[in-house]
Ligand binder design. Structure first.
Ligand code: NAP
Length: 265
């Protein structure tokens, strides 16, 4: 299927690896020019260079990088200095650390809310009115399946991302955006094979004394698909939500979790 977005410009945050890179790759393979953001300049440039050399990229597709912390005003200014009028924005930053809520002070909460709620809101605020004026816009927020099925040790993520989810539910439905072909949706990953998942499992290895294979196998058994997702399949869903065909899909929370969420709705 031609997604109908060739030649559009996308800002993809947290794009040097994992799910963000999966989104950048899927969009670029559709001929979308991408501006990739991450803090570590070297890994970011390596990922971008690999993408430029990807045989599936249509000729003329641009892949640019901005090494910046997207959770800071300076980082966002750098992303918008690369280009002001993005058609597509994929919001993403690292997830907050796990822990016990008794140990989190105000500063820990502010960091989590900043990265996983206020940063996406700032990116939305900076782009959607321009998108509406041009008659096309797609925002995809990478959030977490924890928004629907909270995980006890990820309280910072459960809380901050739920705030973003509530905001998006209202903002996406405003006539000024929805009637102007500007959509805002959240993509909720379950367990995906990325460094973040490996780091979480390493924590379990240390805590339980089990091997990494045993921890991974136990985790896979909790997923009906009996496997972890791949960044490429995550990216494919993101690209569809960004496509010309998805203009009637807005304000949604799309789970990609191999069936792990046990509820009917
Ligand atoms: P990952 O493999 O650790 O990749 C994170 C990416 O974001 C890297 O490119 C990282 O590069 C970048 N990044 C982190 N903080 C940033 C910042 N402040 N500014 C700019 N870039 C930043 O993580 P992932 O697995 O792809 O996860 C992506 C998101 O999905 C996270 O919020 C995570 O909590 C959530 N999630 C993941 C899973 C899963 O199973 N993988 C499940 C549920 C939710 P630098 O460090 O160089 O900046």
């Amino acid at each position: 299927m031609d997604l109908g977005i060739k030649g559009r410009w996308a800002l993809v945050c947290g794009a040097s690896k994992g799910l963000g890179l999966g989104c950048a790759r899927a969009l670029a393979r559709e001929g979308v020019h991408v501006v990739m953001v991450a803090r570590g300049a070297e890994a970011l440039e390596e990922a971008a260079q690999a993408l430029r050399e990807d045989a599936k990229l249509p000729a003329g597709t641009e892949v640019l990088t901005v090494a910046a912390d997207i959770t800071t005003p300076e980082g966002r200014a750098a992303a918008f200095a690369a280009r002001a009028d993005y058609d597509i924005v994929v919001t993403n930053a690292g997830g907050p650390p796990p822990g016990d809520f008794r140990d989190w002070d105000r500063a820990a909460w502010i960091r989590a809310v900043d990265a996983n709620m206020l940063t996406p809101i700032e990116l939305i605020k900076a782009t959607v009115d321009g998108m509406a004026a041009r008659g096309f816009g797609r925002i995809v927020n990478i959030t977490s399946s924890a928004v629907k099925a909270p995980i006890d040790i990820l309280g910072l993520s459960n809380g901050a991302r739920s705030g973003l989810t509530g905001f998006v539910a209202g903002a996406a439905r405003t006539e000024r955006l929805a009637a102007a072909n500007v959509t805002i949706n959240n993509l909720l990953p379950g367990a995906f094979d990325t460094d973040r998942l490996r780091a979480t499992m390493e924590g379990a290895v240390k805590k339980t004394g089990q091997t990494m294979d045993a921890v991974a196998e136990a985790r896979r058994k909790t997923i009906p698909a009996r496997r972890f997702g791949t960044p490429d399949e995550f990216g494919a869903t993101c690209a569809f939500l960004c496509s010309a065909h998805a203009s009637y899909v807005t304000g949604q929370n799309v789970l990609i979790d191999g069936g792990a969420y046990p509820g009917t709705y």
